[in-house]
Design a protein around this ligand. Structure first.
Ligand SMILES: NC(=O)c1ccc[n+]([C@@H]2O[C@H](COP(=O)([O-])OP(=O)(O)OC[C@H]3O[C@@H](n4cnc5c(N)ncnc54)[C@H](OP(=O)(O)O)[C@@H]3O)[C@@H](O)[C@H]2O)c1
Ligand SMILES: *[C@@H]1O[C@H](CO)[C@@H](O)[C@H](O)[C@H]1NC(C)=O
Ligand SMILES: *[C@@H]1O[C@H](CO)[C@@H](O)[C@H](O)[C@H]1NC(C)=O
Length: 254
C-alpha cells in the first residue's frame, strides 16, 4: 500500500560517475528516481536502463544550473509525481560541480563566476527546493523527514596550487551543508556532506589514466562504493546523524 519514496539527484553527466551510481543504488533500494542534468539524451538512456532493471526513473533535463532552471526541475518533478497523491521526496543528492583547475593568474573572471554560480548558487537553489519538500513530509520510520546529501571534494577542505576557484566553490558548498544541518536538524531533516578525498573512476578519469590505474582499487574510488555510503547515510535514524564523512581509497596519501 505504501508508495515508494523519491530520490532526486542533480548532476548525472554521461552516466559514468557518482550521480548515476547513486541513481542505480537508490533505485535498487526501492526508491523512484528523478534525474536532473543538462543532457536530455544521457538522462533518457539512464532512466530507461533503471526502468528495465525493475525501477522507476524519469529524466528532468534542465538548460542550465541557473537557480530558475533548478526550480523548474522541481516543478516538473511535481507534475510527474504530485504531492497530493502521497509522493514524498525523501532523499536528494547535490552532485553537480564545475571544476576549474588552473594556476591563479590564469583564471578568468568568467571561470570565477561559473565556479561560484554552479558550486554555490545552484546548490542553494537545489537545497531550498529540497528543504521545502522535506518540511512537508511526515516523519518516516527512521524518525526523519528527509536526507539531503552533498558530494564534496578534497578542495572543499583544502586549497591547493591550482584550485583557488574550485576550492572557493567547494568550501562554499560545504559551508552551506553544515549550516543547513544545524538549521534544519530540529525539523528532523538530515543533511550530510561527503568529502571525496581522491580521484573517482569516471569516464573522464579513465581517459586520463592507464588500465593498471583503472583496475587498481587501491588508488581510485569506485562510484558504486561512494553510492553505498550515500544509502548508508539515508538509512541513519534520528538518534545518530552523520553530518560529514570522508572517503578515500586505501593507498591515497593524506
Ligand atoms: N571525479 C573526481 O575525480 C572527483 C573527485 C573528488 C570529488 N568529486 C566530486 O564528485 C562530484 C562529481 O561526480 P563525478 O566526478 O563522479 O561525476 P558525475 O557524477 O558524472 O557528475 C558531475 C556533474 O557535474 C556537472 N558539471 C560538470 N561540469 C560542469 C560545469 N562546468 N557546469 C555545470 N555543471 C557541470 C555535470 O552536469 P550535467 O550532468 O548537467 O552535464 C555532471 O553531471 C562533484 O561534486 C565533484 O566535485 C569528483
Ligand atoms: C596539491 O597539488 C600538488 C601539485 O599539483 C599535488 O602533488 C598534491 O597531491 C596536491 N595535494 C592535494 C592534497 O591534493
Ligand atoms: C562519457 O564521456 C567520455 C568522454 O568524456 C567518453 O569517453 C565515454 O565513452 C562516455 N561514456 C558514456 C557512457 O557515454
Amino acid at each position: 500500500m505504501s508508495i515508494r519514496p523519491i530520490f532526486v539527484v542533480a548532476g548525472v553527466g554521461n552516466a559514468s560517475g557518482t550521480g548515476a551510481a547513486a541513481a542505480r543504488l537508490f533505485s535498487k533500494a526501492g526508491y523512484r528516481v528523478a534525474l536532473i542534468a543538462r543532457d536530455q539524451k544521457s538522462l533518457q538512456t539512464l532512466a530507461s536502463k533503471l526502468s528495465e532493471d525493475g525501477g522507476e526513473a524519469h529524466p528532468f533535463a534542465i538548460p542550465s544550473y541557473a537557480p530558475q532552471d533548478v526550480r523548474g526541475a522541481f516543478t516538473a518533478i511535481r507534475k510527474q509525481w504530485p504531492k497530493e497523491q502521497g509522493n514524498d521526496i525523501r532523499v536528494a543528492l547535490w552532485n553537480t560541480a564545475a571544476a576549474v583547475w588552473k594556476p591563479f593568474l590564469e583564471i578568468t573572471d568568467e571561470e570565477v563566476k561559473e565556479g561560484l554560480e554552479v558550486n554555490v548558487a545552484a546548490a542553494f537553489a537545489f537545497s531550498r527546493e529540497v528543504i521545502k519538500e522535506f518540511k512537508s513530509n511526515e516523519l518516516n520510520e527512521l524518525g526523519k523527514r528527509g536526507t539531503l546529501l552533498f558530494t564534496g571534494a578534497t578542495a572543499g577542505i583544502r586549497g591547493n596550487v591550482t584550485t583557488s576557484a574550485f576550492a572557493a566553490g567547494k568550501f562554499g558548498e560545504r559551508a552551506l551543508s553544515q549550516s543547513l544541518a544545524k538549521e534544519f536538524g530540529k525539523d528532523n531533516i538530515h543533511v550530510a556532506h561527503a568529502i571525496i578525498d581522491g580521484p573517482i573512476l569516471t569516464d573522464r578519469q579513465r581517459s586520463r589514466h592507464d588500465t593498471e590505474w583503472q583496475n587498481d582499487q587501491n588508488v581510485r574510488l569506485d562510484p558504486e562504493s561512494i553510492a553505498k555510503a550515500y544509502v548508508y547515510l539515508a538509512n541513519q535514524d534520528r538518534s545518530a546523524f552523520t553530518w560529514e564523512l570522508d572517503l578515500r581509497p586505501a593507498h591515497v596519501k593524506w
